[in-house]
Design a protein around this ligand. Sequence first.
Ligand SMILES: Nc1nc2c(ncn2[C@@H]2O[C@H](COP(=O)(O)OP(=O)(O)OP(=O)(O)O)[C@@H](O)[C@H]2O)c(=O)[nH]1
Ligand SMILES: C[S@@+](CC[C@H](N)C(=O)[O-])C[C@H]1O[C@@H](n2cnc3c(N)ncnc32)[C@H](O)[C@@H]1O
Ligand code: SF4
Ligand code: SF4
Length: 327
Amino acid sequence: MSQQLQDDFGRRFHYLRMSVTDVCNFKCSYCLPDGYHPNGKQSFLTLSEIEHLVAAFAKVGTRKVRITGGEPTLRKDFTDIVRLLADNDAIHTIATTTNGYRLEKNAQEWYDAGLRRINISVDSLDPRMFYQITGENRFDQVMSGVDAALNAGFERVKINAVLLKDLNDKDLPRFLHWIKHTPIDLRFIELMETGLGHEYFQAHHLAGEAIKGRLMAEGWLYDQPSAEDGPAQNFSHPDYQGRIGLIMPYSKDFCASCNRLRVSAVGKLHLCLFTEQGLDLRDLLQSTAQQPALIERLHQQLHLKKETHFLHQGITGVTQHLASIGG
Ligand SMILES: Nc1nc2c(ncn2[C@@H]2O[C@H](COP(=O)(O)OP(=O)(O)OP(=O)(O)O)[C@@H](O)[C@H]2O)c(=O)[nH]1
Ligand SMILES: C[S@@+](CC[C@H](N)C(=O)[O-])C[C@H]1O[C@@H](n2cnc3c(N)ncnc32)[C@H](O)[C@@H]1O
Ligand code: SF4
Ligand code: SF4
């Protein structure tokens, strides 16, 4: 292995979040409230470019790749992408984050191709609220997909819910009831402000600390973080099969455990979810011979990574919505 990717604050990066498309078929009110609109003529990373990208990241210590989007499973070659990652022996964990619309049909196929972890966005367990938040009346379809994922044998099935004041904030008891006997990792994500979402943020942001307080009062215990946890805080309870994680980007020291880098669907390196600009890598994704130059560029860029985001000052960087970089 070449030298591991590390920044000037001593953080090491073994986790790549790779977006493979900006396109999405849902209209989540906190992300793409008007649905997806193409931004000119964009072409997303090809299989061959993905192969070169992942090979270089693997050389500098990447062990986990999460395929994200937009909706990554809209790519017709999604299974081929998984297979390609599985062919790289250095990548130990292959994960994806999905809205779940294709899961019922394809969970087993993806597992067989090498996918091992799956995060599914389910913002409410009330079908009407699910519809109101996502713009899609597909609660039953997504929940059948969750069952298919549980049956397919994934190492970890995680459910993402964005905490939203006046929308899903009454859902906690239902979520808790669900994971009492189901081995699911629930992940509550604090709403983050994005370039297009200032008013929505003002109206619906809910601090994760409130949930944390309720969990602690009900006997949930804080799990000591493992190196691979990244910025999430995790909790477990002896009476529950599932676990709960909180992503609280506005909390103190959230970024101290940052362990991830992002590449957008058009091949730009984003040093942070809220970076001011992405750096094009695509010119160096065309052949294996370019790998040393690509690795050199990655090391150089890492010196520019900031210690934290600047969300507290309302600075959301280049990220207009998280579908453009995959969250
Ligand atoms: N600010 C910030 N938010 C993050 C970060 N990582 C994840 N998130 C948020 O959490 C959401 C859910 O992330 P997932 O794609 O499910 O992945 P995750 O929970 O980080 O992933 P694992 O730790 O790999 O399970 C993302 O879309 C973001 O909204 C991060 O590094 N910084
Ligand atoms: C951008 S989506 C991409 C993957 C897939 N389409 C999905 O929804 O799971 C990844 C995650 O980002 C989260 N997300 C999107 N916009 C967000 C925001 N403004 N604040 C917090 N999380 C957000 C979503 O809930 C989802 O779990
Ligand atoms: S959160 Fe995911 S499913 Fe919802 S609009 Fe954004 S990209 Fe699409
Ligand atoms: S906000 Fe940026 S620096 Fe902080 S944890 Fe997320 S990606 Fe890392």
